[in-house]
Design a protein. Structure first.
Length: 251
């Protein structure tokens, strides 16, 4: 029996966060964006993940330790850097430590034909969303018949170093879509946030860390640096903004 190449293409698209050529992710454009958070089967449309960024030219990847409780060479390396306590080691540790990101399935107004996509955002937006969800004035903002659209304003204010996100609920409730058939289609197409990111093994993370250290210090200095910070390359177990790194992850 020969290999099913169509199936392999589906698997690759899943790993890369694409479905039939369409991205599973949505990033707000500068200015105002109107979205509707879509309910999920488990009742929790706010999923939390931890990512490592800035490991050489590698895009962000899921933290084996923070997400799955696995031994992680990078997590050990970061802890040893903090324990070293120097200005340089702490700076590197903060650059490499896992960062929290949150994801919600959203339907973007005026882009409904692209289907439900995942919106990734940070802790401040997460807190703002939870406060809104718990506000009795709005009820269930994800309700498919009487929920609330959100205006997402995104951009870099004058003088600000990084883009900022503000969230404003619409004053009137509205259905998720015009017909029950469309609502059902959207609910059935919600991406599974737990499967859209490739999961790295501790061995793969070790290889990326080794390559990163060699690139940072050169082969000879890398050996000294690794020994200094606790043997991170053993087979045993200028900084970008999180928004920039996250953009690379979803690109």
């Amino acid at each position: 029996m020969s290999i099913n190449f169509d199936k392999m293409k589906e698997k690759l698209a899943k790993v890369q966060g694409r479905d039939n050529g369409k991205s599973s992710f949505w990033r707000p454009q500068d200015g105002e964006n109107t979205v509707r958070i879509v309910p999920t089967a488990d009742g929790d449309p706010f999923k939390e993940f931890w990512f490592h960024y800035n490991v050489g030219k590698n895009p962000g990847f899921l933290s084996p330790k923070k997400n799955f409780g696995e031994d992680c060479p990078l997590d050990d390396f970061v802890r040893n850097l903090f324990n070293e306590g120097t200005e340089d080691s702490i700076k590197m540790a903060k650059n490499l430590m896992a960062r929290q990101r949150f994801f919600s399935p959203v339907l973007v107004r005026e882009e409904e034909e692209l289907g439900v996509r995942l919106w990734g955002y940070g802790k401040l937006a997460y807190q703002e969303l939870l406060s809104l969800v718990l506000n009795p004035e709005y009820g269930d903002i994800t309700d498919v018949n009487e929920g609330t659209d959100l205006t997402i304003t995104y951009g870099k204010p004058p003088g600000a170093q990084f883009p900022q996100t503000s969230i404003t609920p619409r004053r009137r409730s509205s259905p998720l879509a015009e017909t029950q058939e469309e609502i059902t289609q959207h609910l059935e197409s919600v991406p599974d946030a737990s499967t859209v990111f490739e999961r790295k093994t501790p061995e793969q993370v070790q290889a990326m860390l080794d390559e990163f250290l060699l690139g940072e210090t050169g082969a000879e200095q890398s050996s000294t640096e690794t020994e200094k910070f606790g043997g991170a390359t053993s087979t045993n177990n200028d900084t970008k903004s999180v928004d920039e790194a996250f953009s690379e992850l979803l690109s």
